[in-house]
Design a binder for this molecule. Structure first.
Ligand code: NAD
Ligand code: LMR
Length: 332
């Protein structure tokens, strides 16, 4: 029997991530190739004509799984009945700007959209915030939507996770699909900590710790970390626009694994509400290693954290605490 369609909200759908993301969703990349979807696309009035153009293209592409399109500038209409919300709407960082520069513009959007989601989305709607500052926007959304379970509000750090896999694959000349269990700790910012201490690589001789396959630890402890931390800025420098296809693809990975589960023995990175695991202060949206099953994520417990890593986990937590304070000061 055909499945009931799932309603997926994309905010900022007329923007560049939106343009890459909606066809992926309509093709089944996010929720599976047997899952019909109804797309809800929200943007602001100056982008209404462009948004309608995206809707026209979705019709023209004749996606078999796409059972309907709502394209609107009305946040209530956009949020009504949605089962998944991908929050991309906001102002992107431009060359030379730090994430903090876009904070005041974006946190007020997330405060107001929190109430619309709380009142009108389907019960148990899963939310991923993509727009920067992603962790702090997600935190504001959580705090101003108190009736949405906190486990349902997350932010995207899967792009950073995928970037780490990509860098290892390139450096070691191995297939990206053979690399697993990297971790992105903390903020989706240049203080994030890409950790390879538990990462493994599938080889003809079995699974090996990634560190065993690199002759010199200096790369993993230096250039690898800074390359992943700075990749967003490098893309902006090269494209004069922030990443879009990789962000859209990673948002699909994030929701797909959350809904359909992570493969046995594999974890992924998600920005989730901290419960104090790994001595990360509770009350931040912080990126952890998680496994997902039956539509629920769980932080991977018991991983060893050496002194080098500890400092990095703490530094990115510190930045998130500062962002939280700054966000509240922008809202007051
Ligand atoms: P963009 O400017 O191309 O698109 C953003 C869209 O949001 C625009 O169409 C704009 O009109 C719309 N918008 C603005 N205010 C809105 C509101 N209140 N409600 C609904 N829509 C609204 O930007 P983009 O390149 O698509 O990037 C979107 C966001 O994603 C930016 O904040 C960017 O920094 C962030 N980003 C995050 C990641 C990540 O990994 N977390 C990666 C790349 C980009
Ligand atoms: C990215 O990581 O590509 C985005 O968050 C863009 C940015 O602002 O760095």
């Amino acid at each position: 029997m055909a499945k009931e369609p799932v309603r997926v909200l994309v905010t900022g759908a007329a923007g560049q991530i939106g343009y890459a993301l909606v066809p992926m969703i309509a093709r089944g990349v996010m929720l599976g190739h047997d899952q019909p979807v109804i797309l809800h696309m929200l943007d602001i009035p100056p982008a209404a004509e462009a948004l309608n153009g995206v809707k026209m293209e979705l019709v023209d592409a004749a996606f078999p799984l796409l059972k309907g399109v709502v394209a609107t500038t009305d946040v209530v209409e956009a949020c009504t009945g949605v089962n998944v919300a991908v929050m991309v709407g906001g102002f992107p960082r431009k060359e030379g700007m730090e994430r903090k520069d876009v904070m005041s513009k974006n946190v007020s959007i997330y405060k107001s959209q929190a109430s619309a989601l709380e009142k009108h989305a389907a019960a148990n709607c899963k939310v991923v915030v993509v727009a920067n500052p992603a962790n702090t926007n997600a935190l504001i959304l959580k705090e101003f939507a108190p009736s949405i379970p906190e486990k349902n509000i997350t932010c995207l750090t899967r792009l950073d996770h995928n970037r780490a896999l990509g860098q290892i694959s390139e450096r070691l000349n191995v297939q990206v699909s053979d690399v697993k269990n990297v971790i992105i700790w903390g903020n989706h910012s240049s203080t994030q900590y890409p950790d390879v201490n538990h990462a493994t690589i599938k080889t003809p001789a079995g699974e090996k710790p990634a560190r065993e396959l690199v002759a010199d630890d200096a790369w993993f402890n230096g250039e690898f970390i800074t390359t992943v931390q700075q990749r967003g800025a490098a893309i902006i420098k090269a494209r004069k626009l922030s990443s879009a296809l990789s962000a859209a693809s990673s948002a699909c990975d994030h929701i797909r694994d959350w809904v359909l589960g992570t493969p046995e023995g594999t974890w992924v990175s998600m920005g989730v509400y901290s419960d104090g695991s790994y001595n990360v202060p509770a009350g931040l949206i912080y990126s952890f290693p998680v496994t997902c099953q039956n539509g629920e994520w769980k932080i991977v417990q018991g991983l060893s954290i050496d002194e080098f890593s500890r400092k990095k986990l703490d530094a990115t937590a510190e930045e998130l605490s500062e962002e939280k304070a700054l966000a509240y000061s922008c809202l007051s």
